[in-house]
Structures are given as C-alpha cells and as structure tokens.
Write a protein that binds this ligand. Sequence first.
Ligand SMILES: Nc1nc2c(ncn2[C@@H]2O[C@H](COP(=O)(O)OP(=O)(O)O)[C@@H](O)[C@H]2O)c(=O)[nH]1
Ligand SMILES: [Mg+2]
Length: 276
Amino acid sequence: LEIGILGLPQSGKSTLFEIMTGVKSCDMHGEAYVRGISSVPDARFDRLVQIYQPAKVSPAKVPFVDVNASGEKAWNAVRQNMGNADGFIHVIDGFTTGDLREIADQYRKLTDDLILADMIMVENRMERIQKVPKKSMKPLELLQLELMPRIHKQLEQGRVIRELQFNDEEMKSLRSFAFWTIRPELIVINTAEDTVFAETGVGAHFPPSAAVVGICCQVEREIMGLSGPEQEEFLASLNITEPAYHKIIRQSFQLLNCHTAGDQGAPGRRGDPQGF
Ligand SMILES: Nc1nc2c(ncn2[C@@H]2O[C@H](COP(=O)(O)OP(=O)(O)O)[C@@H](O)[C@H]2O)c(=O)[nH]1
Ligand SMILES: [Mg+2]
C-alpha cells in the first residue's frame, strides 16, 4: 500500500514529502523517485502507550512516494513509480497566487493530463476487446465491454472516473487497468506564509467529491526544526494544537483504507487510529 504525491513542478511536493516522512527528497543521488514512511499521528494512541507502556508499539504507517524527475522524464517516472499507488495527494501551489480560481486552474491542468492518460487506456482496451468475438468472451471481459463506453463518456466530458458509481464486481473487473482518476485523491493547497487557509469557499472551485486541505509547507518545515516545547509554543501562537501535516497524514491513511475497503473489508489492524 502506498500514496503517490502528484502535482505540477515547483508546487511543493518534495517539501511536503520531507515534512511528512523526514526523508530528504533530493538525497537520492539522481534517482527519479524517493520513498518514505510516515507514522500516523494519533494523540489517543500516544496516550495509551504512555499509560500502558507496552513492550512493542506499532502505530499505523503510511508509505509515500515522491517523484523528482522533471520535463519529459517526469511522466515516465510517475508512471513507473505510481502505477501501483493506492491513492494520491495532489499538491497545488497556493503560495505564488492566493486566487482560488487560479489555484483551481492548476489543479485542472494536471487532472486533464490524468484524464487523457485514462482515456488512452480505455480506447486501447475498447479496440482490443472489440476484436474478440462476444461468444468467446469471459464474464470479466463482457463486463469490461459494458463499462468501457460509460467510462469513456465520463472522461470525454473532462470528468474523473472516481465520480462514477461501481458495484464490487465492476470494480473488480477494472482493477487491472490502474486508471489514474479512479484512485482516491486528497487535494493539498500549499498556501503562503501570510495566508490562513479558509475551507469555506473552496468547494465551489473543486469537484464536489474532492477533499481539500490547506498547509503552508514553508512554515511547517520551520516548525520541524524546533524543539518539542518550542513547537508547542509556536503552534499555540498560531492558535492551533497540531501542525497541518498531521491531518494530511491521517487523511492519507484514510485514502489507503477506502481503497482496500472493497477488497478485504478492511479489517481493523492494531494501531489503527480512530476518530479523525
Ligand atoms: N513561499 C513558499 N515557497 C515554497 C513553499 N513550499 C515550497 N516552496 C518552495 O517552492 C520550491 C519548490 O518546492 P519543491 O517542494 O521542491 O516542489 P516540487 O517540485 O513540487 O517537489 C522550493 O524552492 C520551495 O522552497 C511555501 O509554502 N511557500
Ligand atoms: Mg520535487
């Protein structure tokens, strides 16, 4: 299980990755990607550990992957390293402009690319499937034959696949495709230092189903450099109890769970945080 970090160049992907995982994204000597793991922050879990002091402690984890390649190579690196990602964080630059419309345009730009990539997958499949005589088709292929035009229509309208409703069986038949826009996504707006991200009004600019959170990566990276008590003091001065990246890790963890829910009924594992 893994979450891929997507976003246009210079939007703050690697900064966010670094804050969440503690792994420097440029350390990897020319590698096109970096992987890192975050522990899911959970005050309740920490409290229980403090009280019971168990010998072995295993908080929930979220693995992340960040791609560092640029230009032509970037998309290849994304395809190679995020083909199996179970969900995405989509980072948008909200620090060079605070205008929600412009921020939404940037979101749209990358989303359109993902929609196009999905469209190509659908068209390839439709072409191949139409060559197979219906009589010799397996049930899975028949189901795909039925679903592909529906998905194609959705993409043609510039809409993402995850907005469509599928039953378990349909979902199963689509699993082999690794469509980009079917996988769950968390939108992260990387705001400027002097902006307080207000969730009100954001909804009008993004798809109704989208989860949107704000963070100022610049500030949160500074917080990381402080000692524990200094961090608390700093957060208190901002009138918040925890940094925004905590929330982003928790929501990423939820993305992983919503992706597997259909597969295995998501059995509660030890250390699963509750009550988000
Ligand atoms: N002003 C400002 N700059 C930021 C912020 N987050 C990232 N940056 C800068 O934007 C540039 C790109 O960041 P990076 O994380 O490498 O973006 P990536 O290309 O998406 O991985 C770097 O120079 C960062 O210092 C932010 O919140 N505010
Ligand atoms: Mg980067």
